[in-house]
Unconditional design. Structure first.
Ligand code: GTP
Ligand code: MG
Length: 202
């Protein structure tokens, strides 16, 4: 699949303010720790430098952002979790609204959980995966920033991550290696989205 048209539609502070649900408009949400590269990856998929706002400082995306793709489906850029340098009350509000969106948004087809490929498994990411599983939310993992590591290092980090997950799950989610810099993973992600959209809506 190719993304030909991508348009910013709106930013919503909560589920109530999200665009009206249209039955054949599936949504694909991008979530992960603050600064993991969600907005950058969305721009890479859309061939657009600043469709989604990015920053080297964590905590840039603070609302639920909707991008209409090819006039047929949505990409949703979510606030990151785990950003410590913001007041607790504010952080809890983002988390509550984000989780509410993930639990209740009718059109939400699939969640892409982004994990930094450069670091060992983080408790906060594992906890988030447990929450997704417990609530039966369908998700895949995208390892980000793969351009910053040698392929050997990526392989060993991936192994450590899979070993960690194997302690909790017998079946592991699909995982892809990505880079917003080199566009690694782009075709695979778009292929996956294409399969999911044609499967449910043909
Ligand atoms: P929040 O909105 O704050 O939760 O962050 P985010 O997950 O949307 O991250 P964002 O896309 O804003 O990227 C954070 C920083 O990581 C920026 O400085 C990006 O340039 C950098 N970055 C993102 N993806 C990549 C990548 O694939 N490779 C490299 N080298 N840097 C990346
Ligand atoms: Mg962001």
């Amino acid at each position: 699949m190719k993304i030909n048209i991508s348009k910013f539609i709106l930013s919503a502070p909560n589920l109530k303010n999200c665009p009206a649900v249209v039955s054949n408009m599936p949504e694909f949400a991008f979530i992960g720790r603050s600064n993991v590269g969600k907005s950058s990856l969305i721009n890479m998929l859309c061939n657009h430098k600043d469709l989604a706002k990015t920053s080297s400082k964590p905590g840039k995306t603070r609302l639920i952002n909707f991008f209409l793709i090819n006039d047929a489906w949505y990409i949703v850029d979510l606030p990151g979790y785990g950003y410590a340098k913001v007041a607790k009350a504010q952080r809890e509000k983002w988390e509550t609204e984000t989780r509410n969106y993930l639990l209740r948004r009718e059109n939400l087809q699939h969640i892409f959980l982004l994990i930094d490929s450069r670091i060992p498994p983080q408790a906060i990411d594992i906890e988030f995966m447990e929450w997704l599983s417990k609530n039966q939310r369908p998700f895949s993992i995208l390892f980000t920033k793969c351009d910053k590591l040698s392929s050997n290092k990526i392989r060993s980090n991936l192994k450590a991550f899979q070993a960690e997950l194997s302690q909790r799950w017998t079946e592991l989610p699909l995982a892809l290696l990505t880079s917003a810099e080199t566009k690694k993973g782009k075709e695979e992600i778009l292929q996956l989205i294409e399969e999911m959209t044609s499967h449910d809506f043909s």
